[in-house]
Design a protein around this ligand. Structure first.
Ligand code: NAD
Length: 254
């Protein structure tokens, strides 16, 4: 019987990260549920859902702005389960700022989480993958495909994630470590439901009507694609990015 795989997931107390921990539970993948204490999300609810799905996980605090914190988070996988197979850099923030209001601090604070935080997670994961492994970073159609007014820093970070993932894929391929990205479209999570920095509930409902699939996506619909990319079914896929958007970005608008 092969040993079941072990994953670290940043930002797993809510949204896409929570859905991934639950998806992994159904596949026997054990997770380190990354939770950021600065946010009100409940990591115990993720743990409850994982256990209800018959899975195994532990909760660990992580702030992706700190290398020491991310290293300790990845090390928890080794300490708890004796191995690390998958690293998922999912944590992210979204803030609204016009270019005129884009202070250096706003810019660097955003990139520290949404781009450098990804680097820290992939780096800490790679150091501990002794038998090969797989990594996924979460980008966004904002930056990867579209520009988004009021979100230049977010879009720059999310576009940067794609360059990062391609380079990491090339560098770590010889070690048997694959690296890919997912590019979610509009997914209903705490981030997109924030009416100040994102679309909010009304904006999401309106936008959903214009998506070919007829609605915005669920966190589970992104989680299953991340799980596919880390699985052996994607064993020859590396350095790629996959859009998960219900057809939003392929629809021609006059
Ligand atoms: P979310 O807000 O539920 O998840 C983001 C998670 O990141 C939260 O759990 C939060 O606590 C955590 N986080 C924030 N700052 C952190 C830090 N410094 N250290 C560690 N964790 C931190 O929203 P989500 O939509 O599930 O977001 C997951 C990822 O998906 C993000 O990278 C986001 O940018 C991306 N994304 C989301 C959408 C969407 O429509 N929801 C679209 C494209 C991309």
């Amino acid at each position: 019987m092969p040993k079941s795989h072990v994953a670290i997931i940043t930002g797993a107390a809510s949204g896409i990260g929570r859905a991934l921990a639950v998806h992994y539970a159904g596949e026997g993948v054990r997770s380190i549920i990354g939770t950021f204490p600065g946010d009100p999300h409940d990591p115990q609810e993720t743990l409850r859902l994982v256990r209800a799905a018959g899975g195994e996980a532990v909760v660990h605090e992580v702030d992706v702005r700190s290398t020491a914190s991310v290293d300790a988070f990845a090390q928890r996988a080794v300490d708890e389960y004796g191995r690390l197979d998958y690293a998922v850099a999912n944590a992210g923030i979204l803030r609204h700022s016009s270019l005129a209001d884009m202070t250096d601090a706003r810019w660097t604070d955003m990139l520290d989480v949404d781009l450098t935080g990804v680097l820290r997670t992939l780096r800490a994961g790679a150091e501990r993958m002794t038998e090969g492994g797989a990594m996924v970073a979460v980008s966004s159609i904002a930056g990867a495909v579209y520009g988004w007014e009021g979100h230049a820093h977010y879009a720059a970070a999310k576009a940067g994630v794609l360059g990062l993932i391609r380079s990491v894929a090339v560098e770590l391929g010889p070690q048997g470590i694959r690296a890919n990205a997912v590019i979610p479209g509009l997914i209903e999570t705490p981030q997109s439901l924030d009416p100040v920095n994102s679309l909010g509930p009304d904006g999401l409902a309106r936008a959903g009507k214009d998506i070919p699939w007829g609605r915005v996506g669920t966190p589970a619909e992104v989680a299953s694609v991340i799980a596919f990319l880390t699985s052996s079914q994607a064993g020859y896929v590396t350095g790629q990015s996959l859009i998960v958007d219900g057809g939003l970005t392929v629809k021609m608008r006059a």
